[in-house]
Write a protein that binds this ligand. Structure first.
Ligand SMILES: [Zn+2]
Length: 379
């Protein structure tokens, strides 16, 4: 079992920061005298709202304060790097860390666990068609390493294991907050590469705790409910079993995890990773599953970076879909979806008319070819 030590501190504006140290002597907050965030920071704005899109049945968040957020600072101004003499103070006051998590300074969703969570919904312009509510939730940043120029795939497996521990810890805590626990969802993800819109180069991911199931989850719940009514079984478990049975798109199979390209993959590079045991979220994984996840995830990210000859850092999005909280929780099942917008070296898959306008996806390759390539580039 990984020995990870969590230490909680507060940032200058009251935001919580959590250090996850895996190696003695503990490098960051767990030391006897921890560094203090002395910056003069105004309180975080929590002015986002969500409006109901009556045409799609989805909530859309409006977070105008995010226009001011830090965009692609040079390395010596990186807010995610640890404190160094002569460096502009950033978000992390300690001089080093293993993995650190803190609340985003420019959150799209905020106020979970506060009185904002019980604020009633109103109406835009008094029209019953347009409910509006505060965008209650929590947005956290997860720094995978103190090394500015590293990538997730380059981390030792022991450090990836610490990240898994941090993800599980944050999933459990955010799931318990008022405003999330009643029927929200905790989404753990990493955006990698400027092609994806990353605004900070430091290796990091994010965690969004939403007040309601995200639209993709809502669609999945409808499908899972239909499947259960027709067959009496779990849709996500049946999909995993079918992929294992077919085997044609299975990319990697371990004792606890299977990675496969879904039969109807929509991205030019895509794989899913699912645990063999029915678990709702990362917090429910046991030690054996967490240990193997660190190995398997690291291997799969390495394969992404070897996917195209001449592209050594594939832009990708990797997101953990976890069971929503609330009454429909049993319909969900933990799985990762990882994909790239790169279809060939130097060529991005743009979501153009058919995808963005009509929501009708066209993939320029086949799921079986993607799986072949992902097997070819095994380490
Ligand atoms: Zn940095």
């Amino acid at each position: 079992m990984a020995h990870v030590r969590r230490t909680d501190r507060q940032m200058a504006d009251g935001r919580p920061i959590h250090y996850f140290d895996d190696t003695e002597p503990w490098v960051s907050g767990a030391r006897e005298r921890s560094a203090v965030d002395t910056r003069d920071l105004p309180a975080v704005a929590t002015t986002s709202t969500m409006r109901w899109d009556v045409l799609t049945g989805e909530w859309v968040a409006h977070a105008a304060h995010r226009q001011d957020r830090t965009f692609m600072p040079p390395a010596d101004l990186c807010p995610l790097c640890p404190a160094r003499p002569g460096k502009e103070p950033g978000e992390v006051p300690e001089a080093d860390y293993d993995v650190v998590v803190f609340a985003n300074r420019f959150p799209s969703y905020a106020g979970a666990g506060t009185s904002l969570a019980s604020e009633p919904a109103g109406l835009v312009d008094g029209e019953a068609l347009w409910p509006v509510r505060p965008a209650v939730g929590r947005c956290e940043v997860v720094c995978f390493t103190a090394d500015h120029s590293a990538t997730f795939a380059s981390l030792p497996v022991s450090r990836v294991r610490t990240v898994v521990e941090a993800w599980a810890d944050r999933t459990a805590e955010l799931s318990s907050l008022a405003g999330v626990r009643e029927g929200g969802e905790v989404f753990v993800f990493e955006n990698r590469g400027k092609e994806i819109g990353v605004t900070l180069q430091h290796p990091h991911g994010q965690i969004y705790a939403y007040p309601a199931p995200a639209p993709r989850t809502s669609q999945l719940l409808v499908q899972a409910q239909r499947h259960r009514a027709a067959h009496g079984t779990s849709l996500l478990a049946d999909v995993l079993a079918a992929e294992q049975r077919a085997g044609t798109r299975v990319v990697l199979r371990g004792e606890h995890w299977t990675a496969y390209v879904p039969a109807a993959a929509r991205w030019p590079v895509e794989f899913h990773l699912a645990p063999h045991r029915d678990v709702p979220d990362l917090a429910a994984l046991d030690d054996g599953e967490r240990d193997e996840l660190a190995v398997v995830y690291s291997e799969m990210l390495g394969r992404l970076d070897r996917y195209f000859d001449g592209v050594d850092a594939l832009p990708y999005i990797a997101g953990w879909h976890q069971a929503p909280l609330g009454p429909e929780r049993e319909l969900g099942r933990l799985h990762l979806q990882a994909f790239s917008v790169l279809r060939q070296p130097g060529k991005l898959k743009y979501l153009a008319g058919s995808e963005s306008g009509a929501g009708a996806w066209i993939n320029d390759t086949t799921p079986e070819r993607i799986a072949d390539r992902l097997r070819e580039v095994a380490s």
